[in-house]
Write a protein that binds this ligand. Structure first.
Ligand SMILES: Nc1ncnc2c1ncn2[C@@H]1O[C@H](COP(=O)(O)OP(=O)(O)OP(=O)(O)O)[C@@H](O)[C@H]1O
Ligand SMILES: [Mg+2]
Length: 261
């Protein structure tokens, strides 16, 4: 694991300053965002609790490398997926979201739980948020009703909502496209959690609607052939894989994200 040099830190800060300026120029009307109430955040969202912890530092490295993608113009709409179940997607995206939210210029982050089959974002965050993406896409709730923020004012979340009978169809809908376009105009970064691509097509569907897909790979478990198959499926769906995060490295650290394209 390389150390973050001062130059890298400065470059990241410069980029964030630019993002901040962009945010200030926007004149969108503010969304109503509900407060999530007393939260019981899972200890694995370590960035939330302990900004100095060793693992938090690793998520900051992930953040720095993410912000450096595409020559410092990182994707503003991003899907995180993996090949198989339980590779650490949700823990990774939550820590990345918190870490981005803590950045010096406080970019506005929206984390959408698009794993409508077994979404766990609100569970990990310890919040009771029954209405979410599923209700929004099926016309049972409006955007303002499904956005919540944590104690961190610039971190907004949307839970997956109740399990619908047809998740893939809902995700492939015009409403999903319209949602991404709308929130892209209101937040600096939109991070979207999805189910594993080998199990179901969801990540390919949403992946094709966003600027980049990050793949989590659990070191020591997921075999190369499986990752190749997942990559093939994502390529067939015409998504742009922008990087990989290795989880389960020594001491359970997300080792790194590296440029892929
Ligand atoms: N960086 C990590 N290193 C090691 N283990 C991790 C890491 N992140 C998460 N885990 C562990 O892996 C398990 C699954 O985590 P998580 O729910 O984030 O996976 P997932 O890929 O989102 O799963 P699913 O496919 O069910 O959505 C949890 O027990 C978690 O503690
Ligand atoms: Mg998950």
């Amino acid at each position: 694991m390389g150390k973050i040099t001062n130059a890298l830190k400065k470059a990241a800060e410069d980029r964030l300053q630019r993002i901040d300026k962009i945010a200030k120029i926007r004149e969108d009307k503010q969304l109503i965002v509900h407060k999530a109430g007393d939260s019981k955040v899972d200890g694995r969202i370590v960035s939330y609790f302990d900004p100095k912890a060793l693992i938090t530092e690793q998520y900051k490295v992930l953040r720095t490398n993410f912000l450096a993608l595409n020559k410092g113009r990182p994707p503003r709409t991003v899907v995180v997926t993996s090949s198989l179940h339980s590779e650490g997607k949700t823990i990774t995206i939550l820590n990345l979201a918190v870490s981005l939210a803590h950045s010096i210029h406080k970019p506005k982050i929206l984390l959408i739980d698009a794993d409508m089959r077994r979404g766990r974002v609100s569970k990990y965050l310890g919040v009771d948020q029954p209405k979410g993406l599923s209700e929004l896409l099926s016309g049972k709730a409006a955007l303002d009703e499904v956005l919540f923020h944590m104690d961190l004012e610039n971190l907004t979340i949307m839970s997956s909502g109740s399990v619908p009978p047809n998740p893939a169809e809902l995700l492939a809908s015009d409403q999903m496209r319209a949602l991404i376009a709308e929130v892209r105009g209101k937040f600096d970064f939109v991070l979207i959690d999805t189910p594993p691509i080998i199990a179901v097509t969801d990540a390919g569907i949403i992946g094709s609607m966003v600027e980049g897909v990050v793949m989590a790979i659990q070191a020591g478990r997921t075999q190369r052939g499986i990752v190749d198959r997942a990559t093939e499926l994502l390529n067939q769906a015409h998504v742009k894989i922008v990087g990989h995060v290795l989880t389960n490295i020594e001491y359970h650290l997300p080792e790194y994200i590296y440029r892929y394209l």
